[in-house]
Design a protein around this ligand. Structure first.
Ligand code: COA
Length: 338
């Protein structure tokens, strides 16, 4: 849907824990090896949040505080804070409430949004709608996940993939008639994928019990091959749909910003949409799949390279299934200073 009052990203920040989990370290934990992980996934290391009682909000708060500082934003002027996560600190209250309180966003209303690895794009689209309607002028969107909390470190098929991290963006109204900002978003979902990528227990259907813990039902499970195929098809198709809808050619695109699930998925998507890999933002090698955090962490890593007017296509795929694409025209040059 095209937006009337256009929203734009006015700043980006991120946080990843200091603790690094390398492929070599995983070799000591499960039957795997660096060469298999690197060639099959492109992941060399990931960050893990260590410490009793530390949840997703710890990382998100660090990212949001840096964002407020670097954009010189008074937290009391934030209207809305949305946290996309599948690993909230607790079931209730929302992690967004905890973040907003900690950063002093006293006027903001806040809530969590769950769309698995598509969560950040869904939340950014929601923020853009609030800006478009005039209901909010300043929105913070956080993508944050502590995937280590739901990862089974005896299961080599999943534990090699995931990492912890948080990224946050400030969304404001674009300068009038500037042409910058979020131009268009396509969000899709299909619950037919529910049996291919899931965490079974901990919700209302399978509340925590001795049996669910013994069955390892609080960990993330997936059918890797089918998820792989679905991710390639869905992300490629939605990027093509977005580009066709706006008469964009690969040469027009400064960067494709895809969800970081597996480097081979990204390569196949890039090939299918004919965007060269040097125009594909990548951080999977150093952070793994950080679920809702992959996109804002990519923007954080590449912020210094971005220029006003750069055309970006964001693309996501995740559990649900959920997927989507966003077309935006970047609104500022280089890094906002700390
Ligand atoms: N180390 C070594 N061997 C492993 C392994 C590991 N960590 N994980 C699986 N294997 C083995 C398998 O047991 C299998 O052995 P077999 O041939 O003797 O049966 C072999 O490697 C191939 O397994 P397969 O599952 O076909 O590998 P793959 O190339 O599909 O890679 C994934 C597995 C999980 C990396 C890949 O399917 C993937 O990335 N899927 C998408 C996951 C994803 O993105 N999830 C989140 C979506 S948002």
């Amino acid at each position: 849907m095209k937006l009337i009052k256009r929203a734009s990203i006015a700043g980006v920040a991120g946080y990843v824990p200091d603790n690094v989990l390398t492929n070599d370290a995983l070799e000591q934990m499960v039957a795997t090896n660096d060469q298999w992980i690197t060639t099959r996934t492109g992941i060399q290391e990931r960050r893990i949040l260590k410490g009793a009682g530390l949840g997703t909000s710890v990382m998100a708060i660090r990212a949001v505080k840096d964002l407020l500082q670097k954009t010189a934003t008074d937290p009391a002027t934030i209207d809305l804070l949305i946290c996309a996560t599948i690993t909230p600190d607790q079931i209730t209250p929302a992690t967004a409430n905890i973040i907003a309180h900690a950063v002093g966003a006293t006027r903001a209303f806040s809530y969590d949004l769950q769309a698995a690895c598509s969560g950040f794009l869904y939340a950014l689209d929601t923020a853009a709608q609030f800006i478009a309607s005039g209901r909010a002028k300043k929105v913070i969107v956080v993508g944050a996940d502590k995937m280590s909390a739901i990862t089974d470190y005896t299961d080599r098929a999943t534990c090699i993939l995931f990492g912890d991290g948080a990224g946050a963006v400030l969304v404001t109204e674009a300068e009038a008639d500037s042409g910058y900002g979020i131009v268009d978003t396509i969000c899709k979902s299909d619950g037919g994928g529910q049996h291919l990528l899931y965490q079974k227990a901990g919700g209302s259907r399978w509340p925590a019990s001795h049996a669910t813990v013994e069955a390892k039902a609080h960990y993330i499970h997936q059918d890797g091959q089918n998820v792989f195929k679905a991710a390639v098809t869905a992300m490629s198709e939605v990027v093509v749909e977005m580009m066709a809808g706006h008469q964009l050619t690969p040469a027009d695109i400064a960067y494709l910003v895809p969800h970081q699930a597996n480097r081979r998925i990204l390569q196949l998507v890039a090939d299918r949409v004919a965007i060269p890999m040097e125009k594909v933002m990548l951080n999977i090698h150093k952070y793994g799949n950080t679920t809702a955090a992959t996109l804002p962490l990519c923007l954080w890593d590449y912020e210094s390279k971005l220029k006003k007017g750069d055309k970006l296509i964001l693309a996501v795929f995740g559990g649900g299934f959920t997927w989507g694409a966003m077309y935006m025209i970047w609104g500022y040059d280089g890094c906002k200073m700390m």
